[in-house]
Design a protein around this ligand. Structure first.
Ligand SMILES: Cc1cc2nc3c(=O)[nH]c(=O)nc-3n(C[C@H](O)[C@H](O)[C@H](O)COP(=O)(O)OP(=O)(O)OC[C@H]3O[C@@H](n4cnc5c(N)ncnc54)[C@H](O)[C@@H]3O)c2cc1C
Length: 396
């Protein structure tokens, strides 16, 4: 039998493999990954210091164990360099093949191919001899390198974080709780500008400042250069700031290169319909690389729904993905926060209800219907379930 091939060993790839095996134990299943194939929960990367977890502790199982458990062949440390949708084949390149072994390109045939290739960190166009020394954490291996560097540098390490989006604020909170000196920088005037309003952003900033995080907002980083062992960042404000380690967290961009090269339609990510099918027959996409009926949702809950639906389709029961209401729990214990983003259109308005330690901020439509919310503080978080029930499903 020609195999189903999953490209990528992230949460999307592994969730699909598990769901598929619940329904079909016969069809050969192959996973190809440019990583080592360890299964781990990526959200754990941005609170692992306070949880006291090393990269090895975050890994739930290695490729060997996962392959056995799911009766699947895992080709780890293997890059797919091309897809031929007419022949239904992939071209593979084994990375870091040991000397003397065959590392020439191989071809693999698929019955169905699932692209679960994720998203890659955006790299800022920064000048200077330290520009390529800014760390990015988007995989277990990245986290291993980051943690090893911090262990070498010791407890007094000054860490600069570029980017006050979700990943930047979560790392800032984690690292400040772990005792490091943290400075958070962003072009925006307040943290999480794409997800919350100015007042809530200021409240989040104040809570993190109370715990010791230093904010430099409204600045962009133009240059990174070495001064001895320090990295000196040149800021657009004309100031400079020196750190022992700099983390860049300015966003992720879906990996579309392989799909585009194969002639598969892409916009921001790989475009798929509600069956999660791309413009090419027998090729599907899920997770951070996919844009589903115009929705780009780089979070865990959507990829779980996608994996469950696609597993059924691949097992012979065509199934549309459905999204319910999926609030984002931000891992900032300094300021407990949960966000259900809402489209603001003409006629939408905001209603703020104060609680004992925060606020419930509702986005209401022109008929007063609830479209989204921001919950700040522990008391507000208790409203999450009740409010979620009032909001219509995202994709039914
Ligand atoms: C620090 C951090 C914290 C987060 N916290 C949360 C949270 O609290 N809640 C939440 O909902 N979401 C969170 N997210 C987002 C969530 O983790 C992602 O949506 C999810 O992990 C994406 O999984 P994925 O499998 O689509 O992609 P990835 O995990 O990026 O996996 C992609 C895989 O594809 C492989 N690959 C790519 N190209 C090729 C190729 N050409 N050949 C072979 N293999 C290839 C890669 O090696 C990798 O194995 C967080 C993300 C980060 C970075």
């Amino acid at each position: 039998m020609t195999p189903v091939i999953i490209l990528g060993s992230g949460m999307a790839g592994y969730t699909l493999a598990r769901e598929f095996r619940k329904l079909d134990s016969e069809t050969p299943l192959i996973m190809v990954s440019s990583e080592d194939g360890a299964s781990y929960a990526k959200p754990g990367l941005s609170n692992a210091f306070t949880a006291g977890k090393s990269a090895d502790a975050l890994a739930q199982a290695d490729a060997l164990k996962m392959g056995e458990t799911l009766s699947m062949t895992i080709m780890a440390n293997t890059q797919v360099s091309a897809i031929n949708t007419a022949d239904k084949t992939l071209t593979l390149q084994v990375m870091d093949a040991p000397p003397g072994t065959d590392n020439s390109d191989q071809t693999l045939e698929y019955r169905d191919l699932v692209l679960a290739v994720g998203a890659s960190p955006i790299t800022l166009p920064i000048k200077g001899d330290a520009a390529d020394q800014l760390l990015q954490v988007n995989s277990l291996q990245d986290y291993r390198v980051f943690r090893d560097r911090l262990e070498q540098l010791g407890a007094d390490t000054r860490i600069g974080i570029i980017g006050a989006g979700l990943i930047g604020v979560e790392f800032a909170n984690d690292l400040i709780k772990a005792g490091y000196a943290v400075t958070l920088m962003d072009l925006a005037d307040y943290p999480l500008p794409k997800l919350i309003g100015q007042d809530q952003g200021q409240a989040l900033q104040t809570a993190l400042e109370d715990d010791g995080v230093v904010f430099k907002m409204g600045v962009s980083v133009a240059e990174a250069s070495f001064e001895g062992a320090e990295i000196k960042l040149g800021l657009s404000s004309g100031d400079s700031a020196s750190f022992d380690l700099v983390l860049s967290a300015v966003g992720l961009r879906p990996n579309t290169g392989l799909a585009k090269q194969a002639g598969i339609e892409c916009d921001l990510g790989i475009s798929v319909n509600q069956l999660l099918k791309t413009s090419a027959d027998h090729v599907y996409a899920i997770g951070d690389c996919a844009v589903v009926e115009g929705h780009f949702l780089p979070y865990v809950m959507p990829l779980m729904s996608e994996a469950r639906a696609l597993a059924k389709t691949l097992s012979g029961e065509s199934t549309l993905v459905k999204y319910g209401v999926m609030p984002i729990a931000v891992k900032t214990p300094s300021q407990p926060l949960c966000i259900l983003p809402a489209q603001r259109t003409e006629g939408t308005r905001t209603e703020v209800v104060d609680t004992e330690d925060g606020h419930v901020i509702k986005t209401l439509g022109s008929d007063g219907e609830l479209l989204g919310f921001v919950l700040m503080g522990k008391a507000a978080l208790k409203e999450r379930m009740a409010l979620s029930k009032e909001v219509p499903d995202l994709l039914s």
